[in-house]
Write a protein that binds this ligand. Structure first.
Ligand code: TSB
Ligand code: ZN
Length: 587
């Protein structure tokens, strides 16, 4: 989708359209007061105080009609400049504008306003010449938004919209938006019974239903095998730790706002863990290590809890209870490059297996001025950051750099992907850490018999099973490759009366072969049952009629295709088992 913020002309039009929206709202709701109306990647929004009124679905078309009316009238958009005093006087009845004016830069002596007809808004501009230029726009949705994003403040009404130069552009955009909605993992997750949420469990705490759990199980087996082959040792550790554990690691000082609050049990103070590194440090420390044993690779499918703002939680993509595909690799300084390279290769390998092509590597560095978040040791940071850069350049991997995105303990390489709806998120991550091994006083004995401190690489290939599954649902639009599909084969006798016994026999045979198969011998029309298998996106639908029964054959139809292929039972079993075994992607 086009990034409107980055397109000069569209940016200007969307900004003007935000003013047009505000003007229309003011016409309809006299008491309306306006906070800010910025242009965003997807168009624009305006945060508005409507007193006690909460917008409903029916309000948007009304506001849109008023916008059209004003636009048709075609008033010019005129810029004026005021002194700060004049502006304070002009907006003296408006606490929101007064707040904005009072926070303006000391050096800003003049303040600009834009007027169109009966409406004036404080604004830096630029704008289009006249509202007549705004023809092809649409209000997309509305939501509540706390003033300044602070839950202690008043909830304002946010209206989102978008504006284009031509009708065709707007239509294309709306169509893309609709397609994105169809791909949204929350929608497919419900339709295919992959996961659910319940207010009694809590927000950001999804429950994986049997179909989703099957997918997750396959993902676990897949990555476990890869990691085992690469010399990882997997452990199980508790999803709580004491406050002291997190004080030792530094999370208590640097990560507390992302953690659930402490709970006291007898004399011990516990927290739900937000990360698994401290536990793995202790596993490493449980025995002596020689330089020859390194790298030591400790992996775990580990449950973590993080405080995510209630407005930020989203399906499986951003949750408060998550399971990381985590590992901590304890290496000698001379092994950093090689081990980091192996992790990046594993990421590339996994993405290839899943057919993921649309992603970006982000090298996340510290913000040199933020001494509070990042521990203060320039040399350590520079060494770590340069090392990562060097390996990436060496591997010829494309990446961009982002300051201020590092973990508090070190720089990292993140893989960024774009969900169907909403901003980019990180899937995989690989992080370099010189700090935690020191804080836990980890050692290994070098070739001279001296104690040295190892370096730790934190890495999560899937990130979390939660987020990866969300991404996979959207990538595949719910049509999972056969090895992952909760139901791999749907067996449909043309008539349950005449071919029901044969269909049951075939179903049993496939089950014996470990294939996830469902028999649909309901007394429903064939067309209806075929359509349902299509909607559920089952990879193979077997249609068994008299011919098939007589010849002991199978006619199958692949999801999304019309033609049927007839093969012997053995052939079918061979072909589907091979496809599952090879973890083939859908064609
Ligand atoms: C890799 N200590 C490291 C670990 O060893 C760590 O926790 N890194 S992390 O904070 O970046 O988290 C790992 C991954 O979890 C992220 O890359 C992201 O893919 C995933 N993740 C983070 N927050 C959430 C969340 N709220 N919901 C779902 N997945 C999340
Ligand atoms: Zn970690």
């Amino acid at each position: 989708m086009i990034n409107i913020k980055e397109n000069e002309r569209l940016n200007k039009m969307n900004h003007s359209c935000a003013h047009l929206l505000a003007q229309a709202v003011k016409h309809l709701y006299k008491e309306a007061k306006f906070w800010v109306g910025p242009v965003i990647e997807e168009g624009f929004y305006y945060d508005i105080d409507l007193g006690d009124k909460t917008l409903t679905e029916e309000d948007l078309p009304k506001i849109e009609r008023e916008m059209k009316k004003i636009a048709k009238d075609g008033k010019r958009i005129v810029r004026h400049e005021l002194t700060k005093e004049e502006a304070l006087e002009m907006f003296k009845e408006d606490p929101y504008k007064l707040d904005l004016i009072s926070r303006m830069d000391e050096n800003e002596t003049t303040i600009s306003c834009y007027t169109q007809g009966d409406f004036t808004d404080l604004c830096r501009g630029p704008h289009v010449e006249t509202v007549k230029e705004l023809k092809y726009f649409k209000l997309i949705k509305h939501s509540g938004a706390y003033w300044k994003g602070d839950a202690n403040n008043k909830m304002l009404q946010r209206i989102y919209g978008v504006c284009f130069e031509t009708e065709e552009d707007l239509d294309n955009y709306l169509q893309e938006l609709e397609e994105a909605k169809q791909r949204d993992h929350r929608k497919i997750g419900k339709e295919q019974e992959l996961f659910m949420t319940h207010e009694l469990v809590g927000s950001g705490m999804p429950l994986w239903l049997p179909n989703g759990a099957l997918i997750r199980h396959e993902l676990e087996n897949y990555i476990y095998q890869k990691e085992e082959a690469m010399g990882y040792n997997h452990v199980y550790t508790p999803c709580v730790g004491t406050v002291n554990l997190y004080k030792t690691s530094g999370h208590w000082d640097h990560y507390k706002e992302n953690m659930f609050p402490m709970m006291k049990v007898d004399e011990e103070e516990f927290v739900l863990r937000p990360m698994n590194c401290p536990h793995h440090m202790l596993v490493y420390k449980n025995k002596m290590h020689s330089y020859r044993d390194l790298p030591v690779r400790i992996g775990e499918f580990a449950t973590d809890f993080r405080y995510e703002a209630s407005g930020a939680v989203k399906g499986l993509e951003r949750v408060r209870c998550m399971c990381q595909n985590d590992a901590h690799l304890f290496v000698r300084p001379d092994q950093i490059g090689d081990e980091f390279k192996r992790v990046v290769s594993l990421i590339l390998d996994v993405y290839k297996d899943f057919g993921i092509k649309d992603y970006k590597f982000r090298l996340s560095l510290r913000d040199k001025n933020d001494k509070e978040k990042y521990f203060d040791d320039d040399e350590m940071w520079d060494t770590a950051e340069n090392k990562l850069r060097e390996v990436l350049n060496d591997m010829g991997v494309d990446y961009f750099e982002a300051e201020g995105e590092a973990a508090f303990y070190g720089p990292k390489l993140d893989v960024e992907v774009k969900p169907a709806v909403g901003p980019e998120v990180t899937l995989s991550t690989c992080q370099l850490d010189f700090l935690l091994p020191r804080r836990f006083e980890l050692t290994y004995v070098d070739s001279n018999g001296e104690k040295q401190t190892p370096v730790v690489i934190h890495r999560a290939i899937f990130g979390t099973f939660d987020r990866f599954t969300a991404f996979l649902i959207e990538e595949t639009k719910g049509a999972f490759p056969t090895w992952l599909a909760p139901t791999q084969v749907s067996v449909i006798p043309v008539s349950s009366e005449f071919q029901g016994d044969y269909a049951r026999e075939v179903t049993e045979k496939l089950k014996e072969q470990g294939i996830r198969v469902e028999l649909d011998d309901r007394n429903e029309k064939l067309g209806y049952r075929l359509r349902e298998a299509q909607t559920k996106k089952v990879p193979y639908t077997l249609i068994l009629g008299d011919n098939e029964k007589q010849d002991n054959t199978i006619s199958y139809r692949l999801h999304g295709e019309k033609e049927t292929t007839t093969v012997s039972e053995e052939e079918f079993i061979k072909l589907i088992k091979e496809e599952i075994e090879k973890k083939e992607l859908r064609k």
